[in-house]
Design a protein around this ligand. Structure first.
Ligand code: B1N
Length: 831
């Protein structure tokens, strides 16, 4: 890390603007050489590919810094409101191509490197993915950061600088093996350590009541432990470099790294133990998606980054305005799920205990400043913490939560809500050994609460927040997710981007809604053929990856049918692989039928402690081994599990799909965002009426998406009736035979009992409606087989998918947040 730029906004003395750098390839060539020589200390003859990557990154970074300092100066001078996006996860992936592309430097950097016989396409692959997230929630935060920069919303992303990001997955003998990830191994040229932005974070200890004569009594927290939060800043460049925001990630360090007393008395190990304990807080990302990690270390992580971010926000605000009374005019804080929800109590503590506010004004400021996004209704994912743990770690915050709870219940009682509803509203769950409910805390501390798709928002009102919605009926809003078209179309699919530019002109690059102009070309045979030719090239690229990594050869002319996402029972990879097994049986028993060649591709990670999800990975790999080795399927079916699905692989996979699998049990996928990336790149979707699929149907038209299965209401009804799969299975020969072959060990000759419980769950319970939806799924897949034979019709629908997906840009999501929730960004009223 270096100190060559101060992108914080509190620089009162503005340095003269340095000379703007030239962006031609000759200038780049000499700057890359200069970085190689003076920053890395090598000459071209000695340089390895990593050295070229670093030299190029540093040369590009200089341009970003120019824009970064300018953006911060502008925001500070105008006094515009800033958005602070608090998220436990930012799944940003690689940054070099994103930066080069958004700054319009692709051509000059490519040419500059060619001078040294180096290929940009080769060296950019050496950059490690920043995998500081699990899946959709973390990737959404990354898309939002890019879109805030691209739409000119001044923002800070606040999160954790994990030393080890999301684990690396290998498949050994068909099973997932987790390996530690080490993205910082070669250093990180994108980050700037800001030692001057450090804050003390307390844990444990006691609360003392202070009653001084002539003053109101106060509470003071005396923590038993303290650690230091140190800021690391990464610039996030928007489209055309017009605006650059900061991603500020906190790293934990011990306050005095070597407790000198212990060290001097000879207890070296004891001294280091303290340092180790402090640094453990930011050592590793919890790998549980849609599941609560109940460990103490997780609560420490949540409080650590919440408190550091709030202290930083307060320091900056006081420096600019000298008072916190107007905090909510200048800052909007978005809570990305409940992971930073302790912020509500922490801001109250800072306002009251540290800055002397009275309760009522502190509460008004807090509610006006915070808003909260809910990302899941799954009961097992809703965060609650045992009171005793919370109280031991954060005693003062616990007191404040009790006070917020009392106030909320008073309000509810005054409005005439009854006992059951009060129980539902309470911040304390009394039923499971007294726990703090983080969702309730985030809700009452916020002026706006949003879901991430229309359906999910309605279900929020009916289920988890039913009573709170009755108490505060205007607070819940919908903000349907989106994805950034820069990364997910322009960078991931340069072939399609060039074709579209050629066909409708470049205006869609700045205004993605212009993609709608493609709709008129869907019936133009020549255009459709070019569109499908680009798709074929992208499939060839993926086929090459599959060949290199797995030694499986797949035909790029076959339908690429892809399901990539976290492995979870509700996402129903199991349904997909059962359909593959049934198809395998049918192809063998009816070879005369007109089967269409398919490659079923899977990818995704299971949480290390999620046994069923790991069994599903094992089953997919077992089926793949048997099917791919069977000559009687004659290449009509291949099954592939691509290990270590991550952002960089997604960039290769999304453009290469013909068919996108979005088949969650209805009512359980809050939104999905992979569904959007696939369709934007011209894949057709087979999916349930779940999450944002419902809105995709509205935008695409029902001819252009393949919807099947139970609705959310039907799923809820069957669950109430204690639905089981037995009679369905007994009445479906296809399904029964497929399940029988699994149980008989056709795919696991070495482990007969391996899948017994996975299958018996379908008979006895079928909680995820796999048996219930199988027949509809199978029929819809066969319709897609028919369509695949009709090349013009498939091509027409593929083009319409790209043409009609522009609404799912995260620019649109961000503009809605900015207008309806934050009142920030271009066009916001001056405050
Ligand atoms: O958030 C995404 C949605 O598109 C997905 O539908 C949703 O499943 C996902 C605990 C989560 N919900 N909850 C999580 C992640 C980590 C964790 O520790 C829960 N992720 C989602 C974006 O809105």
């Amino acid at each position: 890390s270096s100190h060559s730029a101060d992108a914080d906004d509190d620089t009162t003395l503005m340095a003269p603007t340095p000379q703007r750098r030239q962006n031609d390839s000759a200038t780049f060539a000499s700057e890359i050489l200069e970085k190689l020589t003076y920053a890395i200390g090598k000459n071209p003859a000695a340089a390895r590919r990593h050295d070229w990557l670093e030299a190029t990154t540093l040369a590009v970074r200089d341009r970003i810094i120019d824009h970064w300092l300018e953006s911060n100066q502008k925001t500070t001078e105008s006094g515009e409101k800033r958005v602070c996006y608090l998220s436990m996860e930012f799944l940003i992936g690689r940054l070099l191509r994103d930066a080069i592309s958004n700054l319009g430097l692709t051509q000059s950097v490519t040419e500059a490197l060619a001078v040294y016989d180096v290929e940009l396409d080769m060296i950019e692959l050496l950059e490690p993915d920043a995998a500081l997230g699990n899946g959709g929630l973390g990737r959404l935060a990354a898309c939002f950061m890019e879109s805030m920069a691209s739409t000119g919303v001044p923002a800070f992303g606040y999160g954790i600088r994990y030393v080890h990001g999301f684990f690396r997955q290998e498949v050994v003998d068909g099973e997932q093996v987790e390996l530690p990830e080490n993205w910082l191994m070669h250093g990180n040229p994108w980050e700037f350590e800001r030692r001057e932005n450090s804050y003390e974070i307390g844990f444990g200890g006691k609360v003392a009541a202070i009653d001084e004569p002539g003053k109101p009594p106060r509470q003071i927290w005396r923590p038993g432990e303290r650690v230091l939060a140190v800021a690391y800043d990464t610039p996030i460049v928007g489209w055309r470099g017009n605006h650059v925001n900061t991603l500020r990630l906190w790293s934990a360090q011990s306050l005095d790294p070597i407790l000198l007393d212990a060290f001097n008395s000879g207890d070296h190990i004891g001294a280091l133990r303290e340092a180790n304990k402090a640094e453990a807080i930011t050592r590793v990302l919890y790998p549980a998606d849609s599941h609560q990690a109940g460990q103490e270390l997780r609560l420490r992580q949540e409080y650590f980054f919440s408190s550091a971010s709030l202290q930083d926000i307060i320091r900056r605000h006081l420096k600019a305005y000298g008072t916190l009374h107007n905090l909510s005019d200048k800052v909007a804080i978005q809570l990305n799920d409940t992971h930073p929800a302790v912020s509500v109590a922490e801001l109250m503590r800072l306002l009251i205990d540290v800055h002397g506010f009275a309760w009522d004004e502190a509460w008004t400021i807090t509610q006006a400043t915070f808003s909260y996004t809910n990302h899941t209704l799954l009961p097992e994912a809703l965060e609650t913490w045992p009171i005793h743990l919370f109280e031991r770690l954060l005693p003062r915050q616990m007191q404040i939560i009790y006070a917020i709870n009392a106030q909320t219940i008073r309000e509810a009682t005054q409005k005439g809500l009854d006992g059951g509803k009060i129980t539902a509203i309470s911040l304390i769950d009394e039923n499971n050994g007294r726990r703090v409910r983080m969702g309730q805390l985030a809700f009452v501390g916020s002026h706006a609460i949003n879901g991430v798709s229309a359906l999910h928002t309605e279900l929020m009102k009916e289920t988890v927040f039913h009573s709170l919605h009755e108490l505060y009926p205007s607070r819940i809003q919908n903000k349907t997710n989106g994805v950034t078209p820069r990364r997910w179309l322009m960078q991931a699919n340069p072939g399609l981007t060039a074709l579209v530019t050629d066909a409708i002109g470049p205006a869609f690059l700045d205004n993605v809604e212009k993609l709608a102009d493609l709709d008129a070309l869907a019936t133009d045979a020549a255009f459709r053929e070019k569109f499908m030719a680009v798709k074929l090239e992208n499939k060839q690229r993926l086929a090459k990856v599959i060949e290199e990594r797995l030694a499986i050869s797949v035909d790029p002319g076959a339908m690429f049918d892809i399901q990539v996402k976290r492995i979870h029972e509700y996402k129903r990879q199991f349904l997909n692989i059962i359909e593959a097994i049934a198809l395998y049986d049918q192809i063998r028993s009816h070879p005369e039928r007109n089967w269409q060649p398919r490659v079923k591709i899977f990818g995704g990670k299971a949480a290390p402690s999620y046994a069923q999800a790991k069994e599903i990975i094992h089953l997919i790999n077992d089926v793949a081994r048997v099917v791919n080795a069977d000559p009687s399927v004659q290449n009509l079916l291949k099954v592939v599990f691509i290990p270590n699905y991550n952002v960089s692989l997604a960039e290769i996979i999304m453009p290469a799909a013909d068919l996108s699998e979005q088949i969650s049990t209805a009512g359980l996928e809050a939104s999905g965002t992979g569904n959007m990336k696939f369709a934007l790149n011209g894949a057709l979707t087979i999916g349930t009426l779940d999450g944002a699929n419902v809105e995709m149907l509205e935008h695409l038209g029902e001819e252009n998406i393949y919807i099947f299965g139970l609705t959310a209401a039907e799923v809820a009804a069957r669950r109430r009736e204690a639905h089981s799969g037995r009679s369905i299975i007994e009445n479906s020969r296809l399904l029964r035979e497929a399940l029988d072959s699994i149980v008989k060990g056709v795919f696991s000759p070495d482990g007969q009992e391996r899948y017994a419980s996975l299958v018996s769950n379908l008979y006895n319970n079928d909680w995820w409606m796999i048996a219930a939806d199988f027949e509809a799924y199978w029929q819809t897949q066969r319709k897609l087989d028919d369509l695949w034979q009709d090349t013009p019709s498939w091509g027409e629908k593929a083009v319409r998918n790209t043409a009609r997906m522009s609404w799912f840009s995260s620019d649109r999501s961000i503009r809605e947040y900015a207008k309806d929730i934050w009142r920030a960004g271009p066009g916001a009223p001056a405050s």
